[in-house]
Design a protein around this ligand. Structure first.
Ligand code: ADP
Ligand code: MG
Length: 336
């Protein structure tokens, strides 16, 4: 008998997708992108996304403050709206709560959630509450709006496109590693943990990028460059090549990685939960878009590789040489 551990999350989603993709009303994009896309009016579409956070799976209740958890629960959903170039509008919150949960803890949770809701103009309109045996379960669904001619999807990457990310990658994974290893907290560790607990959804950046026809495909980095690149490749029927030495890693992550002998590339590629955007840009438009991006956001747009026509093939390079992860793992390119 085949179990879930064999087919994995990708496999399960593909099975569900195959079953439910048929017969959808025209204009609807269902399972397979950061948000579902539903026709709304002549100009706009409705976006819908949902994400679940489970205690001890996605967060450790002893390590994250209730304020941060409230904030993050909404942030991860807003990030999916950002990935399509949309604007969030409404949120629905479902909670499975153990009876022992303190009211003060819940008040703080809602203070964090409200802060980000206000900041992003998202209105909480409903939800559901149930008793949970011993773990806290949080599910949020967010709706948003986007211009239907500008929306960015995962299935529109083209061979030759430059793959870019909009921020440092790996800080959040470093923060998680610090938490799991109970590292002593200094300024650097505090920064990394902050990046893990309080990710900033790239709503302005996503919307700005959605205006540009030279931006082909877009996704938010929730599971890490490797996993999320596979999602773009699979949807777009392409391959990709990533230059590890071009991935932007913060000075803090470099410093902490050196101190604790971590492999910064492994953290950047597989750490996940960065919630910046990864996009593919038409080669000829790249210089123009990169320059405008840095003028507009006062930070660089980082090119990290290119889309290829080797379908399903994700190659990582270091110092221009290919590295075979499956055979050698990450040790072969330990810190340099
Ligand atoms: P993200 O990381 O952006 O939240 P995923 O890559 O995890 O998105 O999910 C891929 C697609 O699969 C999304 O369109 C999502 O809505 C869909 N999906 C995930 N879980 C389920 C499920 N249990 N039932 C139906 N669709 C699902
Ligand atoms: Mg996403």
């Amino acid at each position: 008998m085949t179990s879930l551990s064999t087919i994995g999350e990708f496999g399960l989603i593909n099975r569900i997708r195959k079953n439910f993709i048929k017969g959808l009303p025209p204009g609807i994009t269902g399972i397979g992108d950061d948000c579902a896309i539903i026709p709304f009016n002549d100009k706009e579409v409705l976006l819908v996304t949902t994400d679940m956070l489970i205690e001890d799976q996605h967060f450790l209740k002893k390590k994250i403050s209730p304020y941060e958890l409230g904030y993050k629960s909404l942030a991860v959903n807003l990030s999916d709206i950002a990935a399509m170039g949309g604007t969030p509008e409404h949120a629905f919150l479902s909670l499975g709560i153990p009876v022992t949960t303190e009211i003060k803890w819940l008040d703080e949770f809602f203070r964090g959630l409200k802060y980000l809701a206000n900041k992003s103009n998202t209105f909480l309109l409903g939800g559901d509450i149930s008793k949970s045996a011993d773990k806290l379960i949080i599910n949020i669904a967010v709706t948003g709006r986007a211009d239907k001619s500008k929306i960015k999807k995962r299935n529109t990457a083209k061979p030759g496109d430059i793959i870019c990310v909009t921020d440092f990658v790996g800080d959040s994974g470093g923060g998680l590693k610090a938490l799991l290893n109970d590292l002593p907290v200094n300024q650097d560790i505090k920064y990394l943990i902050g990046r893990h607990h309080l990710p900033v959804p790239c709503l302005d950046i996503g919307k700005w990028l959605s205006e540009l026809p030279g931006v082909h495909a877009m996704i938010d980095l929730s599971d890490g460059i490797e996993s999320d690149m596979h999602r773009i490749m699979e949807s777009s029927d392409t391959g990709a090549e990533i230059d590890l030495d071009k991935i932007p890693v913060s000075e803090t992550l470099k410093k902490v990685s050196e101190k604790y002998n971590w492999n910064k590339y492994e953290i950047a590629v597989n750490g996940g939960e960065d919630y910046c955007l990864m996009l593919t840009v038409e080669n000829r438009q790249f210089e123009y878009i990169k320059n405008n991006f840095s003028t507009h956001f006062s930070k660089p747009l980082y090119p990290i590789g290119k889309i290829t026509d080797h379908k399903g093939d994700l190659t990582f390079k270091l110092n221009k040489k290919s590295i075979d992860f499956s055979k050698h793992g990450f040790d072969h390119f330990k810190d340099n």
